[in-house]
Design a protein around this ligand. Sequence first.
Ligand code: PEP
Length: 253
Amino acid sequence: MRRLFIAGNWKLNKNINEAERFASELKSALIDINTVDIAVAPTVLALPTVCKKLQHTNIEVSAQNIHSHASGAFTGEIAAEMIRAAGATYTIIGHSERRAIFGEKDEFINQKVHAAFRSGLLPILCVGETLEQREAGHASSIVITQLKKGLNGLSPDQLSCVTIAYEPVWAIGTGKTASPEQAQDMHAQIRSWLYASFPAFVGDQLRIQYGGSVKPHNAHALLSKPDIDGALIGGASLKVEAFVSIIETAASL
Ligand code: PEP
């Protein structure tokens, strides 16, 4: 019912030329994949070039971040409307690196989610607990609180178009993956909360990606779980072979 959605977050990697070359290679390697949704998130500098390179292909482009305002005195920021005009389809919002390093709070993240919809971008909202929070038994309450605040004020139609990326902070870039059972368990709790809080079509349609050291060797076990609807991938999305292998695994399911 929900198509798997695999997105690569390039973070602060690949200059314009490298990004363009990488996009060309992906385009050729993924030309026959038509059963999985795919996106890549280059730096904002490379985004227009990558959008042009991937126009009319099966690979969409995502921003890694947006600002909540459309214009004004916000030095160094980029508006959702500008990202949309460059040709992107999605934007990541509330990545744990933005929360931890740049101090982004749930209220600001919620404003960005609204800004994404205002501009026509689809948000990929990242949530996840730290190791300390998990060990204290607070993982579910942290994640559900991030979701309640991050998604506040959206209509059911908008909610059904959101992608939630569950990314346990302790599994990002560390090589430690949540086991498929741990990930499925949290995804099922998120899904139950969606069914309990909104009309049923939201729970049916909203996709929940898993993120945190997804690699070719663990992709099959994770993506086979019923409530894992895709993956948000950092490190493994920087190598054509690894990223393509994960997408081929998704397409085989
Ligand atoms: C991420 O940055 O969203 C991520 C999941 O990174 P990695 O795959 O490298 O853990």
